[in-house]
Design a protein around this ligand. Sequence first.
Ligand SMILES: [Cu+2]
Length: 458
Amino acid sequence: MKPHRALPFYCVLSALLAWVPFAFSQEDAPARTVVYTLRSGIAEGRLVFLGVGGAIDGKVDPELVFHEGEWGQINLVNGEGAEHDIVIEFFGARSNRVVGKGASATVSFAAEKTGEFLYYCSVPGHREAGMQGKIRVAPGPRSKGRPVAPDISRDPSDVPPPVGARAPRTLRVDLTTIETEGRLDDKTTYQFWTFDGKVPGPFIRARVGDKLEVHLKNDSGSMLTHSVDFHAAIGPGGGARFTQADPGEEKVFSFEAITPGLFVYHCATPSIAQHVANGMYGLVLVEPEGGLPLADREFYIMQGELYTTKPFGTQGRQELDYEKLMAEQPEYFLFNGAVGALTAEHPLRARRGENVRIFFGVGGPNFSSSLHVIGGVFDRIRRNDPLAVREKGAQTLSVAPGDAAIAEFDLRRGGQYVLIDHALSRMERGLVGDLIVEGPREDALMHEGPESRRRRRD
Ligand SMILES: [Cu+2]
């Protein structure tokens, strides 16, 4: 975060930075982002920053090495509960305060000047107590690597079967929080935070009256604390109070699903917006007694935004930009976590004559969606109590952040349909999907040319 009161250094640096895009073409050499994670803690009886992961793992107030021209990012995790932040005065960079154990914040800066600089905690007394270390910016670029990363996007057909007419029971739900480098776009990667390694997290299917026993395990490879808040759960934090799990830990809580509907779940560890933006959201369907009417095809789609340091479309490794997140200025808008998730990777497929149901939720964290199928109309929108059809013949399905609804439509003709958010600028920022319908593409409903010509052909 930039400081609220601009430092003299920072004014000079801003002026220099304004010239950087002209000095180095970003297409030729996209600035690489290098990330370190520090955890506040006690070592040798004093307050310190402890390195987490990689070469700095376990080191006290480790030296953080960057190369000239890189974007530096430092994640700060609160390891013991006192209030902290991290400041790099020279680069005019300052994180939010992390309040409470497990809270995290991020600071980023352009390492445009070689030399040695200091990072420290600005909470009175903490720097003196020992929370101070060195940043070294080495001259010249470091050797570049090609991003090779797994597909983190959830296949929209990954929906469990209907609950049917069964009686209520206890349902064990296992969720693992995993931080993983994944494919954001062709030749672009991102450090996603996920439930079970995919975005969105798994679709959970229950019925009203079920008791959900949630086992939240935070993978031992994680750097941060994670948790889960179920909007379907009634009680403290929707479960978040009971599930704050450190890396390697498992937390369990149980709730009764008393309200039928389609509900969002998400991580609720501060900064919550950051955890959600990074991919930590999913849906749980609480079916009414007797279950929903059957559909021929069911799909699971969630929309979210990503706030990256570099502009949409930049190749290489993208990193979260906390300032853009707080300003609600996303670079990417995404269905199921990645650019191309519902086009190149997992297009929706169906046949003419089938009826299709889309479970649609918005993880956000901040933007509403106006879901639309180009060349289609939603015959039925089910919202809240999922048996109730709230709208018929809807051209869009409006869903606010943290909300979800069901869109159903009958496929009357074949062809390739395009799914969008009708806030159309977002199409240019990654938000598009394909629905491929097998079957005749031309019929009495729509055809090229005048109606008379069509009749002759019949
Ligand atoms: Cu989290």
